[in-house]
Design a protein around this ligand. Structure first.
Ligand code: HEM
Length: 436
């Protein structure tokens, strides 16, 4: 085991700025650091060859740690993101067809039309992050659940927000406190989860009464075990909430960070808008346009390097394991961090700089495995990676083609790292719609 860091200062620094702290200790102590995180030991591993051992080569020797975090557990229970072993494999196989390339291509039209619809009423001053969150939530609800969340997305967004706040507080507790302790944050969380449950159970109820021709929910509702038993409502609820959460916030974050970086680099923003406008007409980005934006693609890849929405990944060892030269005991918590690994100057010269041009043809292939892994890789790779990349291109190009942005007077962006990495104060901008 690598040498440990002292407990107290370390927990406080992590609580204050999780991603910044992990970067700092990696710079100071190397790419494998043992953090004495109270009774829960935590080893931070950021060297790509070792990350590959955890996520791919020895993946079966690890489980997900989420069940140990009561806030997250109450939110997503035993859904695809948090379940393990044979149970996870079965649920993954059931869900996978909804993410096949052909299915995803059919979602492009919803992504385009929903974007155009939301741009019709875009105010001249707004929080662009909130706007993107609403849009991606409506898209994932329509594409995967055939549900129209217009008018409800604010309620859902606020409830998810409460859950993420409670999770952030628990990430920094050496032993996460059970929700039965009546802290104000816990009370708010329970109320928020009650709201989310009522919306999701209603979706399930609707699906049972009026089965849709095709949706992920319809497939899950229709699925039968070998013994003929169907998924319980409780399991359907966990899967649905997992996908609603994982399927919108991450992409909204990626887009919000993209706009943040573009606003910081007006020269690149101008070129990106010009690229979008040279290709697209007034009806936005169709499926066949997606491959026509080389600069936007580079910008998207560079954004996911600098601000990976899934900025860290946790695992717990199921047995004693050798990871490179390190012996990891059974029950050890492991943390991997895309945010830190993506800032390794060996692979990304001038790592803090926003340089879309580094993603020239062949650059990604030249990197060692797991030097760049915004969607992870291996058996637990993000099920929504193709969905998200398509959504990113459609929304980014359509918005850039139709709207000009500038920072508002109160624009102030900081990193907020909880389960995901998002801009802390949102993205306060002014807009000017381009004449058609
Ligand atoms: C930029 C956007 C996205 C990023 C950066 C991202 C990243 C990730 C990462 C890193 C994981 C692995 C987590 C782990 O192993 O602990 C993951 C898993 C997952 N993602 Fe995504 N994701 C994105 C978008 C989406 C979308 C759009 C969906 C659904 C529509 C989705 C659904 C999921 C699910 C269900 C899992 C769990 C998969 C499993 O373990 O089988 N994600 N995502």
């Amino acid at each position: 085991m690598p040498k440990g860091l002292p407990l107290i200062g370390h927990v406080l620094s992590f609580a204050k700025d999780p991603s910044g702290y992990l970067l700092q200790i990696t710079k100071e102590h190397g790419d494998v650091v043992n953090m004495n995180f109270g009774p829960r030991g935590m080893t931070l591993i950021t060297r790509p060859s070792l990350v590959a051992l955890v996520l791919r080569d020895q993946a079966k020797k690890f489980k997900k740690p989420y069940r140990g975090f009561p806030a997250l557990n109450a939110l997503i229970g035993n859904g695809l993101l948090s379940s393990d072993g044979d149970f996870w494999l079965r649920q993954r196989r059931l869900s996978q067809p909804a993410f096949h390339r052909e299915k995803i291509r059919a979602y492009a039209e919803t992504m385009r039309t929903f974007t155009l619809r939301s741009l019709e009423q875009i105010p001249t001053e707004l929080d662009l992050f909130e706007f993107l969150n609403t849009l991606t939530l409506e898209i994932v609800a329509k594409t995967l659940f055939n549900a129209d969340l217009r008018g409800q997305s604010n309620r859902i967004g606020q409830a998810l927000e409460e859950a993420l706040l409670a999770n952030r507080a628990q990430m920094a507790q050496p032993i996460p406190l059970p929700l039965s302790i009546p802290l104000p944050g816990h009370q708010r969380l329970k109320k928020a989860i009650g709201e989310l449950d009522s919306i999701v159970f209603e979706m399930i109820q609707n699906e049972r009464q009026n089965p849709s021709e095709f949706s992920l929910l319809s497939m899950l509702v229709a699925a039968r075990d070998e013994d003929g038993s169907a998924m319980t409502d409780a399991q359907l609820r966990d899967e649905a909430l997992t996908l609603l959460l994982a399927g919108h916030e991450t992409t909204a974050n990626a887009l919000a960070w993209t706009f943040h970086l573009l606003l910081k680099h007006p020269d690149i923003l101008a070129k990106a808008s010009a690229e979008a406008r040279s290709i697209l007409g007034k009806d936005g980005c169709h499926l066949e346009d997606i491959g026509k934006f080389p600069l936007l693609k580079q910008i998207w890849q560079e954004t996911l390097r600098l601000y990976p929405p899934a900025w860290s990944i946790g695992r717990t060892s199921l047995e004693d394991i050798q990871i490179g030269e390190y012996s990891i005991p059974k029950g050890q918590n492991i943390m991997l961090s895309q945010y830190v690994t993506h800032r390794n100057a060996e692979f990304f010269p001038d790592p803090e700089a926003f340089k879309p041009e580094r993603w020239i043809e062949g650059f990604e292939k030249s990197l060692p495995d797991y030097a760049y892994f915004p969607f992870s890789a291996g058996p637990r790779v993000c099920i929504g990676n193709t969905f998200s990349e398509m959504e990113g291109m459609i929304l980014l190009s359509t918005i850039l083609a139709k709207v000009d942005f500038a920072k508002a007077a109160d624009y102030k962006v900081e990193i907020y790292a909880s389960l995901t990495m998002r801009p802390k104060n949102g993205l306060s901008v002014t807009t000017k719609s381009k004449a058609d």
